[in-house]
Ligand binder design. Sequence first.
Ligand code: AMP
Length: 400
Amino acid sequence: MMKTIKDLDITGKRVFIRCDFNVPIDSDGNITDDRRIRAALPTIRYCIDHECKIILASHYGRPEAGKYEEKYSLSSVHIRLQTLLKLAANINIANDVVGEDAKAKAASLKAGDVLLLENLRYEAGETENDDTFAKELASFGDVYINDAFGACHRKHASIYAMTKEFDTEHKAAGFLMNKEVNFFQKVIEEPVRPFVAIVGGSKVSGKLKALTNLIKKVDKIIIGGGMAFTFLKAQGYEIGNSLVENDLLDDARAIMYKAKKAGVKFYLPVDLVVAPEFSENTETKYLPSQEIPAGWMGLDIGPASSRLFREVINDAQTIIWNGPMGVYEMDKFSKGSIKMSHNIADTHATTIVGGGDTADVAQKAGDVDEMTFVSTGGGASLELIEGKVLPGLEALAYQE
Ligand code: AMP
């Protein structure tokens, strides 16, 4: 069981809300998709309406711990929050996480005011799940709210260690978190079949376990993006300079073997968009997966793969999609991901899009409204579907 913010008495209290403001930005530092910020607003507004003193905290990217690098600052998130909340609140940002500035600004909050702490990962204690750091964070709030579904699969101080400082009357899930968990629970408990998982993105390593466990749940798996090359190489293909994780070739073979044994259909790209270099201004060729020239790399799936994958999902009743099919950030290599998005949106299945990049693709493709559910959590949603207990949920759980 997990309490939600509505189950707690928060009126007038100091409320610490762990948010997930890890939004994608372009090379000029502009936020390209503010879905995660907008998704946090219902909880923040609820706290404003209950005259709370609100502390918001989030990680952002992967700064080196202990270093306050400007490019990882939450300042652009602060500005977007001000725009979105307009005059509903007085929103300030601290220059540090648990330092003097944060403490002074927190102490001067009035009812309905909001203070955004700087990037939690500026402090080493966050990723180390450090108790001392967690206690410092906890000292900011009488009540702890976790609305960071996208970070719940990480045992970090603001997600896990910190919750020990609050009893069950003083910690709960925010509205976003509650919505996400309820949705995925339904999919896990009774997926309508055929159930298809479409997994892309750059790294097999990050999704290896998820893939292994997904085999037990789904009827078909489609692999695209950079991670496809580890599988193609594992099958003996020449992959040129494409992204590959050579130490995972055996794991890739094991996954394909398990899928075969379990009767799960497993699909890899049959053709690719290849280029001699990782650049928008490079020459490209459309070639079958067997024909990647030496020295070239695959940066998107080709049109035949898009058609094949459309056929594969044609009879699907439930589809989860996590990870782009190519380097979608560059127009030249974005077609495979955009087509995948259109094809998913065109099905009559329950469609679940997970992960910041994938939501960004669906947004670029103009398909967001056609999807059943766009989750703010990528890794977290995959792990939940695989049946894992997420540290962030475990931390809020209580026995009735
Ligand atoms: P992930 O964080 O693992 O979900 O990966 C997302 C990233 O994968 C995106 O930034 C894509 O640009 C990248 N990506 C997708 N396909 C490829 C590819 N074929 N080669 C290199 N990177 C890729």
